[in-house]
Ligand binder design. Structure first.
Ligand code: C5P
Length: 235
């Protein structure tokens, strides 16, 4: 029995995490936020200062835990639900979403030794490279969102989605969720996407066999229902 792997990739603030979480909760799968792992390593590095680092060991030695989300039982819930994230035993759920982490994470995520160490962690969380290993928690399927999940982490995923939306729309959604200046936030998103697409090791790109979904004019419920339908078609 193999684990169903659903990969959701796309640019910053395209709605990946809230949709991936809702898809997972609807299906009773585990939701795994790979961006949180890069954010944790970035936070730890920022706190330590700038001394030189053996990036592979630094990353591999960091204890990272993503808590499970309860299954969705009805349609009455509103607002995004984020799993709590623990780094070396500390709850860093809020600390990994600060402007400082936002502006440094793409540079850290471009370091090859960081990517290698986190690739191993991502696969360990999600059933191995092809879903033949058991998943922590015993889930029948996983939904992992990120930048390289379909292209690199789970190349055999049964479903790969590439979620996009116009930069302005993404910035507007981010402002609605967390506040801030619209123009500045749009600039920050576009800059992060450019860095993520330009890096040498597993850049952000649509996998050849991914389905692209432009959510600019879609409500989140529709996006979730669409992806859930695609998973069920492939189960
Ligand atoms: O998804 P989120 O915006 O939290 O990701 C933060 C950053 O982590 C991204 O901008 C990217 O640099 C990096 N990342 C990555 N590969 C992933 C997930 C995230 O490089 N699979």
């Amino acid at each position: 029995p193999s684990v169903f792997q659903c990969a959701i990739d796309g640019p910053a603030a395209s709605g990946k995490s809230s949709c991936a979480a809702a898809v997972a909760r609807t299906l009773g799968f585990a939701y795994l936020d790979s961006g949180a792992l890069f954010r944790c390593v970035t936070l730890k590095h920022l706190r330590r200062g700038t001394e030189s680092t053996d990036w592979h060991d630094f990353t591999a030695a960091t204890d990272l835990r993503l808590t499970a989300l309860p299954p969705l039982t009805g349609t009455t819930e509103t607002g995004p639900v984020r799993p709590r994230v623990f780094m070396d035993g500390e709850d860093v759920t809020a600390a990994i979403r600060t402007p400082a982490v936002n502006s440094h994470v793409s540079a850290i995520a471009a370091i090859p030794d960081v990517r290698t160490a986190l690739l191993a962690k991502k696969r360990a969380l999600g059933g191995g490279i092809d879903g033949t290993l058991p998943v922590p928690g015993g889930y029948a399927g996983v939904v992992m969102d990120g930048r390289d999940i379909g292209s690199t982490v789970f190349p055999h995923a049964q479903l790969k989605v590439y979620l996009t939306a116009a930069a302005r729309v993404r910035a507007e959604r981010r402002v609605r969720e967390a506040g801030g200046d619209l123009d500045l936030i749009e600039q920050e998103l576009v800059k992060r996407d450019a860095l993520d697409m330009a890096r040498a090791v597993s850049p952000l790109r649509k996998a050849d066999d991914a389905v692209e979904l432009d959510t600019s004019a879609m409500a989140q419920d529709e996006v979730v229902a669409t992806i859930v339908g695609w998973v069920r078609d492939r189960m």
